[in-house]
Design a protein around this ligand. Structure first.
Ligand code: FAD
Length: 422
């Protein structure tokens, strides 16, 4: 095992961990980060800020800032209640600027959620979408003549289903199924995306689509248009077809995950972040000047020392929280977890109950600097911070605030860390 003392160890490599590592590195701190596959690998690539509140009533908001204000007032323990809008804007702006520097541009309306198409043809309110999905937002808003292309052999995406779902409000929406220019049989988005990095296959794809274009002003594809620089693939297809081109996410795991992870894998080391990827923290202890961690198991164990730590290990999906037969536990430091009193109260009897499930709002209680509280109600450690889905009093999946909450709380955790030790 090799030793090394960093300013901060970021535990987690989902949206919150990536954002925390980015913000900490940009603040000039020396950063180590570990974590394996998380929600980011399965996301649609959309950055939700706040879409639904109250969840029990299913009220959807076009203005996410008004929704943030409402949730902060109605649920004063929600993590958003500890944030102010300029910080939240700076966080998401900093995050999307970084992605743009890695070839993944994001965009959206100036002050309202956009309505984006999902793979099953429903419409979702979200704050920022990849630039490659943006023309789909415009096509949907204007109900302009649009052709959705799908491919023989590609599962998880159906142009017919999309058209069926939207036909009442979007009569100019049509679909055509074509043969992908490279490969036959079952197709996988990642392989298709690699193929389309080659301009030759884009030309062949444009030829396959040409007979179906008709009066279409917009041309929608499943999200397979390139892995590293999808904006360039979209621009080229626009040139070749003369239509406004956009992507629609395929069902998870879609290509959005590898695109995002790839952007961080390429960009974070350049900012000086020591990434211990595909390995988790297996031991954690506090030492006099901070923390000592062991990352990985067996022969691949690495010791990392850090003056501070940001815990961004997610909830159940990320394995930051573990539920046993009796209680919900925090997995790395065994921090106290806010949770229903008994196991019977974890879940609603009806799986799809509009209230959701109490277990999905369990997590860590934090102070104003996003330091998790210990059993005595005081910060568990003066230099331990938390961010993302592991925070209590929020149900990101139902509130539609997943990535937004992860990114903004990571910003606050780094701010808390930069305030120094009191
Ligand atoms: C299918 C799916 C679709 C989604 N779609 C969207 C969407 O459209 N828009 C949106 O805004 N959000 C979406 N999300 C939510 C989003 O991806 C994140 O899950 C959420 O924002 C929480 O992020 P997080 O980083 O806090 O946690 P997670 O994403 O759960 O990440 C936790 C990380 O911690 C790591 N970890 C856990 N234990 C350890 C340990 N001991 N040591 C080191 N690392 C550890 C994990 O390996 C993982 O990297 C989606 C999520 C899923 C699952």
């Amino acid at each position: 095992m090799s030793g090394n003392t960093h300013d901060v160890m970021v535990i987690g490599a989902g949206f919150a961990g990536m954002a925390a590592a980015l913000f900490a590195a940009r603040a000039g701190l020396s950063v180590a980060q570990s974590g394996v596959t998380g929600g980011i690998d399965f996301s649609t690539g959309f950055i939700d800020l706040m879409g639904v509140h109250p969840v029990a009533e299913g009220i959807r908001w076009d203005d996410p800032w008004a929704a943030v204000e409402a949730v902060s007032k109605d649920c004063p323990k929600h993590p958003y209640a500890r944030m102010i809008r300029p910080d939240m804007e700076a966080a998401i702006g900093g995050f999307t600027d970084f992605l743009a520097s890695q070839g993944l541009d994001y965009t959206g309306h100036a002050d309202r959620n956009c309505r984006a198409l999902t793979p099953v043809g429903t419409v979702k309110r979200t704050w920022r979408v990849p630039r490659t999905a943006w023309k789909g937002v415009l096509a949907l808003e204007s109900a302009a003549p649009t052709l959705i292309v799908d491919f023989h052999g590609l599962k998880g995406f159906s142009g017919n289903q999309l058209v069926e779902m939207r036909k009442e409000t979007w009569p100019g929406l049509r679909t055509a199924r074509v043969t992908f220019p490279r490969g036959s049989g079952e197709l996988y988005p990642e392989h298709m995306a690699w193929a389309l990095a080659d301009p030759k296959y884009r030309e062949k794809l444009a030829e396959a689509v040409a007979p179906h274009l008709g009066d279409a002003e917009y041309l929608g594809f499943p999200a397979v248009l390139g892995l590293i620089d999808p904006g360039r693939v979209v621009d080229h297809l626009e040139e070749l077809t003369g239509r406004q081109v956009f992507e629609i996410p395929t069902i998870p795991p879609s290509i959005a995950g590898p695109r995002l992870r790839g952007a961080f894998d390429r960009g974070l080391p350049g900012l000086g972040v020591r990434t211990l990827s595909q390995a988790t923290v297996t031991e954690a202890e506090t030492v006099e000047d901070g923390f000592r961690f062991v990352v990985g198991r067996g022969g691949g164990r690495t010791e990392v020392r850090a003056k501070a730590a940001i815990l961004a290990t997610g909830r159940f999906f990320g394995k930051g929280l573990i539920a046993d037969r009796h209680a919900i536990r925090e997995a790395v430091f065994d921090l106290p977890v806010v949770q229903p009193k008994t196991r019977e109260q974890w879940h609603n009897k009806e799986f799809f109950h509009t209230d959701g499930h109490a277990a999905n709002a369990s997590g860590l209680e934090v102070d104003d600097r996003f330091r998790p509280l210990g059993r005595d109600g005081r910060p568990a450690h003066k230099r331990l911070f938390a961010a993302g889905a592991i925070l209590a009093h929020q149900d990101w999946m139902r509130m539609k605030c997943g990535a937004g909450l992860a990114i903004t709380s990571a910003w606050r955790a780094v701010q808390g860390l930069m305030q120094g030790v009191d």
